[in-house]
Design a protein around this ligand. Structure first.
Ligand SMILES: Cc1cc2nc3c(=O)[nH]c(=O)nc-3n(C[C@H](O)[C@H](O)[C@H](O)COP(=O)(O)OP(=O)(O)OC[C@H]3O[C@@H](n4cnc5c(N)ncnc54)[C@H](O)[C@@H]3O)c2cc1C
Length: 499
């Protein structure tokens, strides 16, 4: 039995060796554009398989939107970063990199709406108590009428949420927030956004959970998460170190202009200074529209679909507050229309090694906008004043002093799922899939509203496609991807297999 197993291991090693060789008989070389979770995971995995890998990152650091920055002597992320996956491959990789250097964090998130704080996920009794008997009854009534006469599903965010929660709750708890986030009306946003993010969650389920009738947690209901002791970016910094140790290269401050094709096959990258470097394979996580626009031979319809894809920007205004226990939430969703920010994160409740040593707290207010909105061009000083005024209105820091302010702007933060966006995206996917030598992954790379776990999975499977000749359809991840793996989660002891 043992010798049979040994011979299989031997065969798979030979197959892997054959796969990692290029036609010229040398070890394959792969260039990866972008050192965010998708790109750096792919590089980490390829380096493990023994492939020669070079990562090109336009910014000064690795981690992309999941990087951690040093601010006033503390480590903070770009907005709240809660890692969660039930995919055993993603969790195993995360634990391999993080080791024991993480803490379990209790999640507390609330919604601020018209002067009151409501628990999120919605708790039936909390809503009943705070909305008052009449409004709460109206919500329940509209939820029940939805069950009797469901809203016609038009594939929009509005019809999807109304169907799940009823019209009144949609108007109270979802409409204003979604419109702040996307900058368009909810009947212009594709239902995919909700289907990906709050799949399987319904008011009926929330009520049952509140009554202790169910214990199974859905994605939006997860109330504990594992957080690295040096912030989310620690994961990707460690991956970078491992790639470098295995002979790979991660190069920062090197923006890539585009992917070079020879006879229709992607085999190089062009640096900003015009220099061209050749490789056997290219993996791109740069925004899909920038990639496609770098070519001159794109069919007209593909170009037109590409140029109709839109992204939303984020401005993060960080404030240093003199005080330790300012509010208990990890983050607060701000639904009230009279307040411009959409979410406030309290990094004190994402405990890092440094944050526990100080008596100050860092919070961040998020503002979502398009590049042509005045707020995007607003000077940092004015943004800090805006944020200071808003926390005063919401009254969340109990009169504590604001010591400092800092602004981070992230262009192309969210791919916008306009209604029917897939009509254009599908032909783009097909067009890119037919370019040999090219793999396109990541949140902006593949135009998917990815969390870290989706981008990590894309990185793992892209590496398997290259090194093992696997045939994973990477476009399906975070859409229709069915995993036949065991379900798992991470707790204080490590990996837990879910039954
Ligand atoms: C405010 C906020 C909150 C979030 N909250 C969570 C959360 O709670 N949980 C969670 O799991 N995820 C969260 N995310 C999402 C998470 O950050 C992303 O899913 C993840 O960073 C996507 O990784 P990626 O590699 O696909 O893309 P990115 O992180 O965007 O990485 C792409 C990289 O490519 C680089 N690049 C782009 N163009 C070029 C070029 N031409 N040349 C070279 N390099 C280039 C970029 O600089 C970037 O480093 C949040 C994101 C934000 C902004």
């Amino acid at each position: 039995m043992q010798s049979k197993e040994n011979s299989w291991t031997c065969v798979s090693k030979i197959l892997l060796l054959l796969n990692i060789m290029s036609d010229s008989g040398k070890v394959k070389s792969v260039a990866i554009i972008g050192a965010g979770p998708a790109g750096i995971t792919c590089a980490y995995e390829l380096a493990r398989y023994g492939i020669r890998v070079e990562v090109f990152e336009s910014s000064g650091e690795v981690g992309g939107m999941a990087r951690t920055i040093k601010l006033w002597g503390q480590e903070v992320d770009l907005g709240p970063h809660r890692f969660f996956s039930d995919d055993i491959r993603v969790n195993n990789l995360w634990l391999e990199v993080v080791g024991h250097d993480y803490k379990m964090v209790n999640r507390l998130t609330r919604i601020y709406y018209k002067g009151k704080f409501y628990y999120y996920p919605i708790k039936a009794f909390d809503v009943l108590l705070k909305l008052g008997f009449f409004t709460a009854s109206a919500c329940l009534f509209s939820y029940l009428s939805e069950k009797i006469k469901p809203t016609k599903q038009e594939g929009t965010l509005e019809s999807w949420i109304t169907h799940k929660f009823g019209k009144r709750l949609f108007e109270l708890f979802f409409k204003s927030y979604s419109e702040k986030l996307w900058g368009i009306a909810c009947n212009e946003v594709d239902a995919d956004f909700a289907a990906q993010r709050i799949k399987g969650f319904s008011l009926g389920e929330a009520i049952k959970k509140a009554m202790g009738m169910i214990s199974k947690n859905h994605k939006t209901l997860v109330d504990q998460f594992a957080y690295p002791i040096h912030g989310t970016g620690m994961v990707y910094e460690r991956m970078r170190d491992s790639i470098n140790n295995k002979g790979g290269k991660v190069k920062c401050n090197l923006p890539i202009k585009g992917v070079v094709k020879t006879n229709g096959v992607a085999n190089g990258i062009e640096l900003e200074n015009g220099e061209i470097k050749f490789y056997d394979q290219i993996v791109s996580t740069m925004p899909i529209n920038v990639l496609i626009n770098s070519w001159k031979d794109v069919p007209k319809d593909i170009l037109s679909y590409t140029n109709s894809l839109r992204f939303r920007n984020t401005i993060l205004v960080y404030l240093q507050i003199d005080g330790k226990d300012i509010f208990p939430d990890n983050w607060i969703y701000v639904h009230s229309n009279e307040i411009r920010t959409g979410r406030i994160t309290n990094f004190r409740n994402f405990p890092t090694a440094d944050s526990e040593k100080t008596n100050t707290s860092i919070i961040a207010l998020e503002y979502w906008c398009n590049s042509d909105e005045p707020i995007w061009a607003m000077p940092d000083k004015e943004l800090i004043e805006l944020a200071k005024g808003e926390i005063k209105t919401i009254q969340i820091i109990n009169g504590a002093q604001v010591l400092n302010g800092h602004v981070e702007k992230i262009a192309k933060c969210y791919p916008i799922y306009n209604r029917n966006y897939k009509v254009g995206l599908k032909p783009i996917e097909k067009y890119l899939s037919n370019i040999k030598g090219l793999t396109v992954i990541g949140r902006n790379g593949a135009f998917k509203y990815n969390n870290q776990d989706h981008s990590i999975l894309m990185g793992i499977l892209a590496a398997e496609n290259i090194a093992k000749d696997a045939n994973h359809n990477l476009w399906d991840i975070n859409t229709d991807y069915e995993t036949y793996q065991e379900k798992s989660s991470i707790d204080a002891t490590g990996l837990v297999i879910l039954k």
